[in-house]
Every structure is written in structure tokens, then in C-alpha cells.
Design a binder for this molecule. Structure first.
Ligand SMILES: [Zn+2]
Length: 124
């Protein structure tokens, strides 16, 4: 079992981003799409008390916005596809990216809060 003091912030956050327990890197961090496990099934570390709040949504919007907007401008300047295609494609792409990134962002936030014992954790 790894102590959070010995585990680097980057390693813990990357494990959380991958949806794995930031402590052992093996157990699952989520029991449902955005529902974290109360306790790691592998190492027993507790995560149910950690509240990521709006951080994951903020990070997801930040990343997706920075991917979608430049891509939209580049593609729209070079193509002349019908307006209904553009009005369908870009929101659908944004939705897919959000659904892919939101749980990863939440995992990264939970891992960062866990590793730093910062606010958001009801137990220090
Ligand atoms: Zn674990």
C-alpha cells in the first residue's frame, strides 16, 4: 500500500484521471458514471467524503471549449457544408467530448483533493 505522502501529486492525479484509485492505482475510483466509490475495493482507502463540487465541470468546459472553438473556426473556413450539418455536428462533438472528459476530470480532482488533503475533504 502506498502512502499519499510518498505518492507525487502528478501520479495521484493521473491515476484519478484514469478512473483508478489514486492510492494503489488498481481499484476503481467510480461505481457509476460520476459516483465515486466510498472505499477502494483493492486497498481500502476511503473516497466517499471527498467533494469535487464544480471543479470537474469547470475543467471539462475549459478543455472542450479550447478544443471545439479552434476546430470549429478552422473547419468552417475550409468547408461549405449545410448549416444543419454544422448545427448538428458541433454540439454532438461537444457532447461526446464532455461525456468522455467529465468523469476523468472528476477523478483527477478527487485524486488531487485526496493527495493534498485540501478543502473538499470532510476528513483531513
Ligand atoms: Zn486503492
Amino acid at each position: 500500500m502506498t502512502s499519499r505522502n510518498k505518492l507525487s501529486f502528478v501520479n495521484a492525479t493521473l491515476r484519478g484521471f484514469a478512473g483508478r484509485c489514486p492510492n494503489c492505482g488498481t481499484g476503481k475510483l467510480f461505481r457509476a458514471f460520476l459516483k465515486p466509490v466510498d472505499r477502494c475495493a483493492n486497498c481500502g482507502e476511503i473516497f466517499g467524503h471527498i467533494r469535487a463540487d464544480d471543479g470537474p465541470a469547470w475543467l471539462t468546459i475549459l478543455i472542450v471549449g479550447h478544443l471545439i472553438v479552434p476546430a470549429l473556426f478552422m473547419v468552417e473556413q475550409r468547408t461549405s457544408w449545410p448549416e444543419w450539418v454544422a448545427m448538428t455536428f458541433w454540439p454532438a462533438l461537444a457532447l461526446v467530448l464532455v461525456l468522455m472528459l467529465l468523469p476523468r476530470s472528476k477523478g483527477a480532482f478527487i485524486a488531487a483533493i485526496w493527495q493534498t488533503r485540501s478543502a473538499g475533504s470532510e476528513i483531513s
